[in-house]
Design a protein around this ligand. Structure first.
Ligand code: PAN
Ligand code: ZN
Length: 190
């Protein structure tokens, strides 16, 4: 006998906009939610005082059956910079040390930053069509360096857990800033 949750579920997804339906949960993230993440604190304060700014949105769907738990997350990062630093996700590492994730870029361009927070760092050039496996124990953040929306699909286990605190404190090894209209990597001063 199948339980009610054990039946297949589909959603309809538009890769250009990053919107899928039905979508049980939408989380917007503003500059005020990412305060500690950007290096230019004066730029952060100015944006917040002038009414804040939406940096990205996460659309989320849990799939929980009697024997499994998966999550679908679609993130759309709007183009722009805070000071000279490109819009990006907060970034986190999974709480559980055995939890990987798949990220699939479907629209836009930028970089996927991966950092073990113990000396290993990778910046993967990202554009529509690139799929990256994020192994466990690598913090992950996506940076939108284009003039358009960047959209990516994520699949992971609900039980992975998200640790934002360590990234907030320490940051990733490098930051991505706009110089003469192009992305440039600088060491993180934190
Ligand atoms: C993604 C992220 C999503 C938003 O679904 O949660 O892209 O990024 P932040 O969580 O860093 O704000 C994921 O990696 N889930 O595990
Ligand atoms: Zn994750």
């Amino acid at each position: 006998m199948l339980a009610e949750n054990d039946y297949p579920i589909s959603v309809e997804f538009d890769p250009q906009s990053g919107i899928f339906t039905p979508c049980p949960k939408l989380t917007p993230r503003y500059v005020s939610d990412l305060k500690q993440m950007f290096h230019d604190q004066q730029a952060v304060e100015e944006i917040i005082h002038s009414g804040d700014r939406l940096v990205y949105e996460i659309r989320y769907h849990p799939f929980k059956t009697s024997k499994s738990d998966m999550a679908l997350g679609v993130t759309r990062i709007f183009p722009g910079t805070v000071g000279n630093e490109y819009h990006m996700t907060k970034g986190h590492i999974h709480e559980r040390d055995d939890q990987p994730e798949i990220y699939y870029c479907v629209h836009g361009e930028g970089f996927l930053l991966l950092d073990t927070l113990q000396g290993e760092f990778r910046a993967v050039p990202w554009k529509a069509g690139v799929i990256t496996h994020i192994p466990p124990m690598w913090a992950h953040r996506v940076v939108n360096t284009g003039d358009d929306l960047l959209v990516f699909v994520a699949t992971y286990h609900l039980s992975a857990g998200h640790d934002y605190e360590i990234v907030e404190k320490q940051g990733f090894a490098q930051i991505v800033v706009k110089q003469n209209g192009k992305p440039v990597f600088l060491p993180n001063e934190k």
